[in-house]
Design a protein around this ligand. Structure first.
Ligand SMILES: Nc1ncnc2c1ncn2[C@@H]1O[C@H](COP(=O)(O)OP(=O)(O)OP(=O)(O)O)[C@@H](O)[C@H]1O
Ligand SMILES: [Ca+2]
Length: 915
């Protein structure tokens, strides 16, 4: 209690003393910080105890999320069981905490100074206003969709026999393009299919926009300027940040400071009156100066904070993606997307602008972010309009951009809401509880002090420094008595004001914001401030393998075909011609990547996911001409690769009406569907026991040397059996059995340098690292041994090393028992990851999860701290995460944790052990 001393100790004789008092004031901040650390320990112990308590009383650990699991999704507003029945300040997890609960702790708090106490917490009022605004914009989107559905149903019922009068003229020639911005915008926003048909469908629009559906726009500087001038850019006006003066004014409105200013004025007046101007100004003057410093300090720190959050928001929105320009795929920022751009879309991507589907394979879009309905909508040439801001839920395709920036619903939404970074952390909420308690004690003390001092004063027990009694009944003038009373009252008020450490919870935010800045330098973008705090107590990290522990730079280094090893893997002389041509057909068609051949010569540019790139490069080495191979056949239906099935396939029609179904996927899974293979004589031979064993052995050998194994297989199919109707074709299940094996390849993806040290660092800090991967168990084992997650071969036994399916099939209680021991889980589906995270949390662990795929989203959301990968991570994964690791490197994940873990968790551990 430095401050009351500051006042009670009435007189100061030199300027040095004034300086000393300022020092006291700054010490108060230090006091807050140390109180923060102490409180942290108390709170964490409490939190862990309450979690363990809950664990004991809960027999079915999965009851809460049963629904989510069945639906394969995670609900966004689940209620944490940990918190049911506890006090208003006992919020173990503010992540996804219901608004009502947040409101409850605010209402329960004894608050003198709301502006300080609730600074940087979620502004519930603003949040409600934001929701209303979003609802309005969404309502518009819904109306558009309803009108569109109506239009489609009328077309289906053949009501449109005579062409409808066109809603607008098509003759307006604006700028250098054949279509005006208004026409384009209203066609896209109103999903006007009739107009689209009238102007020649997507091809017609592309022509008008001087774009090419295969090669995209030219994309040179003048072309882009032309497009931006005519149709605007893919940016939207942001709400302007507040100025420094704004923050200064806000700081002046702080109740505590206003009271202190009044106190200073009273002190000054009294001091001057009793001791003259020379001596009497010290008390009042020093308070006033302290207040001034506080105001300046608050304004500067708030302003810096707001700039930091602004930068963060910009960083969050600046998504990088691939577009096709001049026939090649280039990586650009979402803000640089222009009208006419052709954008490839794949699962997990965000639709970057409004547009029309050019081609699609099982393309499904999650429009919930725009319409509010959590419904997945299928998109194809019949329903071709895509809305900016939505996410690709499944499949792949390409789109032509027809609406950008403020002309889209998304742009409107983003420009009208201000991104608010206010958020409370669990510790902050609890510290508010502590503040509350101190406040009540402070209030009681102040009242007691007031009563005692008033009683002593009026009964003549207080004396001046010269020994005279301050109040004598009947002798002291009324004015002097009032002066005396004011002095006492000032002391009491000051005790209340200063004893309630309103700024204590705020200290958490400031500390975390500082860490956030430091973490940014370590390549970690913090999306939610509370993640910094939670990261401090993480006890385990569930990391995926590909790209996080490994480099994600893949090359085919081994291959098996016709029952033999092909060494080196692109040795064409060992492969019969039929196999080569089938492999090339499969590789070129069954992929989401592409190969670009520069006209001017030079190296080929292979793009796509790392696995796809490795296989495409292998195809090129085998003599594949990508464009020629693509034009030889036509894809009639596709089953896009997903982590659940771990395979992807296409059905292609050849020129002579033959159909081939190609599959590519996890080696042992595809191999299990193969009944024959092509032998060295180019003949189809049955897959007998011996051959099957030989191929399995080949997979095991490759996996043991840490290679990712992929099998490529195909089967001819009868054209008559292929559904002819568009509707039936789109729901056609590609035949999966009776496959003919073409090849199995082993892809090398080396461990990242520094990962071994990072893992060791975690182990030393008491944080267990687990690997949860979609890859083969043996590959996972080899990599785990390489990077130190498994200490030695003896550790590599069940349940340390477990298959996703084995874990999934365990009973709930058994799963809870083994969860703790698991170091490596291979061939896991995204749901297995979720199950593991849930089990670990129930065991009392604070779980950090890293992930990149769309299907990692439920686990990232469920985790205490979700870390998404910045480069390979999909938008969906990033949106479900708390921290984005910008360089995808596990070492950066670890850099994030020890900043807090080592120091703070050690403190917590010491406290635990002391218990
Ligand atoms: N593009 C692809 N086409 C076909 N098969 C693939 C493709 N990518 C991966 N696979 C196969 O699917 C398996 C699992 O992929 P999945 O997406 O579940 O894991 P991952 O995300 O790549 O790995 P991790 O979970 O370690 O990050 C891989 O082991 C590989 O055999
Ligand atoms: Ca992954």
């Amino acid at each position: 209690m430095y401050f009351p001393l500051f006042l009670v100790q009435r007189r100061c004789n030199s300027y040095w003393e004034i300086s000393l008092k300022f020092l006291h004031f700054s010490l108060q901040w230090k006091l807050y910080s140390s109180a923060y650390i102490c409180a942290l320990n108390v709170v964490k112990i409490h939190s862990r105890k309450s979690r363990m308590r809950n664990q004991e009383g809960n027999t079915s650990p999965y009851g809460r999320h049963r629904n989510d699991l069945e639906m394969g999704t995670s609900s966004t507003d689940f209620h944490d069981d940990d918190e049911v029945g506890s006090g208003p300040f006992d919020i173990v997890r503010t992540k996804s905490a219901p608004v009502d609960r947040l409101r409850r702790w605010r209402q329960a708090a004894l608050v003198l100074n709301a502006s300080r106490r609730f600074r940087y917490t979620l502004d519930l009022k603003k949040e409600e206003e934001k929701k209303e605004l979003i609802a309005k914009i969404r309502a518009h989107a819904q109306v558009v969709r309803a009108a569109f559905r109506f239009q489609i149903s009328r077309q289906d019922a053949n009501v449109l026999e005579t062409p409808e009068p066109l809603p607008r003229s098509t003759t307006t020639q604006v700028n250098n393009f054949d279509i005006s911005m208004e026409e384009l915008v209203s066609m896209t926003r109103e999903n006007d299919l009739t107009f689209l048909k009238h102007i020649g469908g997507v091809k017609g629009v592309a022509n008008k926009l001087k774009s090419n559906l295969e090669k995209g726009i030219l994309g040179d500087e003048t072309d882009l300027i032309d497009r931006n001038n005519a149709f605007g850019s893919n940016t939207y006006p942001r709400k302007k940040g507040r100025s420094f003066w704004n923050f200064l004014w806000e700081a002046c409105k702080d109740t505590t400071l206003i009271i202190l200013i009044v106190t200073a004025a009273a002190s000054l007046a009294l001091g001057i009156k009793t001791e003259g101007i020379k001596e009497g100004w010290y008390d009042g003057g020093s308070i006033a100066m302290a207040v001034l410093i506080v105001i300046l300090f608050t304004a500067v720190s708030d302003y810096r904070q707001s700039l930091q959050f602004q930068n963060l928001n910009e960083e969050k929105q600046n998504i990088h993606m691939e577009v096709i320009r001049g026939g090649r795929r280039v990586n650009i920022s979402i803000f640089d997307i222009a009208i006419g751009d052709v954008v490839p879309l794949k699962i997990g991507d965000q639709v970057p602008a409004d547009g029309i589907v050019v081609s699609s394979h099982s393309l499904s879009i999650d429009e919930s972010s725009m319409t509010g309905e959590s419904k997945i909508v299928h998109k194809d040439s019949k329903a071709p309009f895509l809305m900016s801001g939505c996410k690709v839920a499944d499949g792949y395709g390409t789109m032509l951009v027809t609406g950008v920036g403020i002309n889209t619903e998304w742009g409107l939404l983003m420009s009208s809401i201000s991104e608010d970074n206010g958020e409370e952390t669990p510790l902050q909420v609890r510290l508010n509880g502590v503040t509350n308690l101190i406040g009540i004690v402070g209030l009681a003390v102040a009242i007691a002090v007031l009563i005692v001092l008033v009683a002593r004063f009026f009964t003549g027990h207080t004396k001046n420094p010269n020994g005279t009694v301050q109040f004598k009944a009947g002798q002291t003038k009324v004015g002097e008595a009032i002066d005396g009373f004011i002095k006492i009252f000032t002391i009491a008020v000051t005790i209340v004001v200063v004893a309630v450490p309103e700024g204590l919870p705020l200290a958490v935010t400031l500390t975390l914001a500082y860490s956030m800045r430091k973490m940014m330098a370590d390549k970690a973008l913090v999306r939610r401030l509370s993640a910094c705090e939670t990261m401090g107590s993480a006890t385990t990290i569930c990391s995926d393998k590909t790209g996080t522990l490994t480099m994600n730079q893949m090359t085919v280094v081994k291959a098996y075909s016709c029952g033999n090893k092909i060494d080196p893997p692109d040795n064409k002389s060992l492969l019969p011609p039929n196999i080569i041509s089938l492999l090339i057909e499969s590789i070129a068609q069954n992929t989401t990547g592409s190969v670009f051949v520069p006209k001017s010569g030079g190296a080929l540019e292979v793009s796509g996911s790392p696995t796809e790139k490795a296989i495409l490069q292998w195809g090129v080495n085998l003599g594949m001409d990508f464009n020629a191979a693509k034009s030889k056949s036509m894809i009639i239906h596709a089953f896009p690769f997903n982590s659940e099935k771990k395979r992807g396939g296409v059905a292609v029609k050849l020129s002579d009406s033959e159909v081939n179904v190609h599959w590519k996927g996890a080696a042992e899974i595809v191999l299990a569907s193969c009944t024959s293979y092509i032998d060295a004589n180019d003949h189809v031979a049955p897959m007998d026991e011996d051959k099957l064993l030989a191929f399995k052995k080949a997979i095991e050998d490759m996996a043991a040397s840490s290679l990712r194994c992929i099998a490529i297989a195909y089967r001819p199919y009868e054209m008559e059996k292929v559904p002819s109707g568009e509707e039936e074709l789109s729901s056609w299940q590609l035949p999966e059995g009776d496959l003919i094996l073409l090849a199995i390849v082993g892809i090398k993806d080396p461990c990242r340098p520094g990962v071994r040290d990072a893992v060791q660092f975690c182990i030393n800090a008491g944080v267990k690292v687990r690997m949860v991967t979609g890859d083969n168990l043996q590959t996972a084992r080899a990599i785990a041994l390489e990077c130190g997650i498994l200490g030695s071969n003896t550790d590599a036994t069940e349940p340390n090393l477990i298959d996703g399916k084995t874990f999934r099939d365990l009973s709930d209680t058994r799963r809870l028992e083994v969860a703790d021991k698991i170091s490596v889980m291979g061939r896991s589906s995204p749901n297995d990851k979720l199950l593991l995270v849930q089990a670990l949390r129930k065991k009392g662990h604070v779980v950090a999860v890293t992930g990149d795929g769309t299907n990692d989203a439920p686990a990232l959301h469920e985790a205490d701290i979700g870390l998404a990968m910045g480069i390979q991570g999909t938008e969906v994964a990033k949106e479900s995460s708390d921290i984005i690791i910008l360089d995808d490197n596990f070492a950066s994940v670890v850099k994030v944790s020890p900043r807090f873990t080592v120091f703070l968790s050690k403190l917590v551990h010491i406290c635990f052990q002391a218990k």
